[in-house]
Design a protein around this ligand. Structure first.
Ligand SMILES: [Zn+2]
Length: 63
């Protein structure tokens, strides 16, 4: 049996709750890479392949 809420959450309360993590929880915590790209923490930059200032991944770069 599915979990059924005892009390209905009003649309305003629901929307306020969702607004806390809008647009997406993953996009809220972003840092800038050395190349200027926005990257998620603890992730290798997809643009230049660097992680914390060190090159750790091969990326096709356009020169
Ligand atoms: Zn980068």
């Amino acid at each position: 049996m599915a979990a059924v809420p005892k009390i209905r959450i009003s649309s305003g309360r629901r929307d306020r709750r969702r607004a806390q993590t809008f647009p997406s929880p993953r996009l809220r915590n972003q840092i800038h890479c050395e190349c200027g790209e926005l990257v998620l923490p603890y992730h290798v930059c997809q643009n230049c392949g660097r992680y914390r200032g060190r090159k750790v991944m091969k990326v096709e770069e356009d020169y």
